[in-house]
Write a protein that binds this ligand. Structure first.
Ligand code: ZN
Ligand code: ZN
Length: 375
């Protein structure tokens, strides 16, 4: 199905400002709202289209992406989709619904509740990828996030210098308009002022009345030792500023840890597999292994069976936010030789004649017990 252009959906020009978008969206959304068009799937479809279009075009970030890439900007694998710190998503729609329809269908009731101008800013998410060792030992990394900050020129009022917002003429400052719908008197958020009861007549030039501006901001992320995949680090108040100088949301740095060549993590323990030859297993050997903190030696005793684990205490990952470390567990795997030359085969044949293994079936439990006895 080909998607209709978002600007067409909202019947606005491509350079429509936020107020025009909002006004048009409010009008269309009310016209097509499912509650007002029961049993009309076309209306519901239109309603969803409008909501989607408004969700994108009302967000400066998303709008820029849409202007550049069209619908492709939001269909997975889009340019710049990876690592995008602005992952508003579903909750945006919730906000819009709460904002517009919460009061619109608030039937009866005293009404008259004015929407607050001041809103808390959105939380932001930043995905930070770490090397395996960086997660184990900790690391300081500087990241740059783009976010909305309170406009310095108008200090978040949205009004030009020296001009204060004036009372909305449409609703007389009440923030709501009432209209008759069937038996009910329905209070609807004022479409002119957005329910705030005031209007900015002379908008700030810097933020065009938006009260916030897009900025880039660097933050030094201190990754503590012992973090794991999907560990979240919260930076309170480092998210987006709220509109009208509202409090900022939080920033969540979500960690993605790259895999290691041979170590796997199990909590704070590290695991790896060490192949050894049958003669090494039978005669015993000393193995050198490169741990994350340097070389260590494992003494493999005579008669070691495949699957035997050796634990190097304290050579694992530091416990996050506490003392101590996990262990390094090395699992021995005895390798059966695949290609043998003539001489090797002859030696093994001679060896085989001196060794007696009963080739009769046994249960797993019993086999493991016997194996223990011989190892
Ligand atoms: Zn401003
Ligand atoms: Zn108003």
């Amino acid at each position: 199905m080909t998607k209709v252009d978002f600007y067409e959906v909202l019947s606005v020009s491509r350079d429509a400002n936020d107020q025009e978008l909002k006004t048009s969206y409010r009008k269309l959304a009310m016209q097509y709202h499912p509650d007002r068009n029961p049993d009309d799937p076309t209306a519901e479809e239109k309603f969803k289209e409008c909501s989607e279009a408004y969700q994108v075009l009302s967000d400066p970030e998303k709008r820029a992406a849409y202007d550049r890439y069209g619908h492709a900007a939001f269909s997975g694998g889009a340019p710049g989709a990876g690592g995008n710190p602005f992952t508003g998503g579903a909750q945006d729609l919730g906000d819009i619904f709460g904002d517009i329809f919460g009061e619109m269908f608030n039937m009866g009731g005293g009404g008259g509740r004015k929407a607050s101008r001041v809103q808390r800013g959105r939380d932001l998410r930043y995905d930070l990828t770490l090397e395996f060792e960086e997660a184990v030992f900790g690391k300081e990394k500087e990241i740059t996030i783009r976010r909305m900050e309170t406009c310095v020129d108008c200090k978040g009022s949205g009004a030009a210098r020296g001009k204060a917002p004036v009372t909305c003429t449409q609703c007389g400052g009440r923030g709501q308009q009432r209209f008759q719908q069937g038996f009910f008197s329905v209070a609807r958020t004022c479409s002119v002022c957005g329910g705030t009861g005031t209007l900015i007549v002379d908008p700030c030039q810097t933020c065009r009345g938006e009260t916030r501006v897009q900025t880039e901001h660097s933050i030094l992320v201190k990754v503590p030792a012992g973090v794991e995949q999907d560990t979240r680090i919260r930076y309170q108040g480092e998210g987006e500023a709220g509109k009208f100088a509202g409090p900022a949301g939080d920033l969540y740095v979500v960690l993605n840890v790259k895999a290691h060549k041979f170590f796997e993590r199990d909590g704070d323990d590290l695991h790896c597999v060490m192949p050894i030859s049958f003669p090494q297993a039978a005669l015993g050997t000393e193995l050198e292994i490169q741990t994350l903190e340097g070389p260590a030696t494992i003494k493999v005793p005579e008669g070691t069976q495949s699957g035997k684990e050796f634990k190097l205490r304290g050579k694992g990952v530091p416990h996050l936010n506490s003392h101590g470390k996990g262990d390094l567990v090395v699992e021995i795997r005895v390798q059966t030789p695949g290609k043998l030359n003539k001489q090797q085969k002859e030696l093994l044949r001679q060896l085989s004649e001196t060794m007696i293994v009963e080739n009769t079936p046994t249960s797993r439990g019993l086999f493991d017990k016997v194996k223990e006895m011989f190892s």
